[in-house]
Design a protein around this ligand. Structure first.
Ligand SMILES: [Zn+2]
Length: 75
């Protein structure tokens, strides 16, 4: 409990970017440059971003939640 409190105390003033989590991944069978077909959901607010296509795995893992991440909302 005390350790958790210390972690929260060390957070920067600006809220951290919340990344969407891949809950499902698939292949739509088409031959395109978008090889990663993923279903993204926010682990914090539960926002369902539905299915997205990405050309790299890294891209699919670094999408910010539009509801939890101010910078994504402003963009
Ligand atoms: Zn969220």
């Amino acid at each position: 409990m005390a350790r958790q409190f210390a972690l929260f105390g060390s957070l920067p003033r600006r809220p951290r970017r919340v990344l969407l989590r891949v809950v499902d991944a698939g292949d739509h069978g088409c031959v395109t440059s978008f090889r990663y077909f993923v279903h993204l959901v926010c682990p914090r607010c539960g926002h369902d971003a539905e299915w997205w296509e990405f050309s790299t795995k890294r891209e699919s893992l670094t999408q910010p939640c539009p509801k939890c991440s101010p910078e994504a909302r402003d963009a």
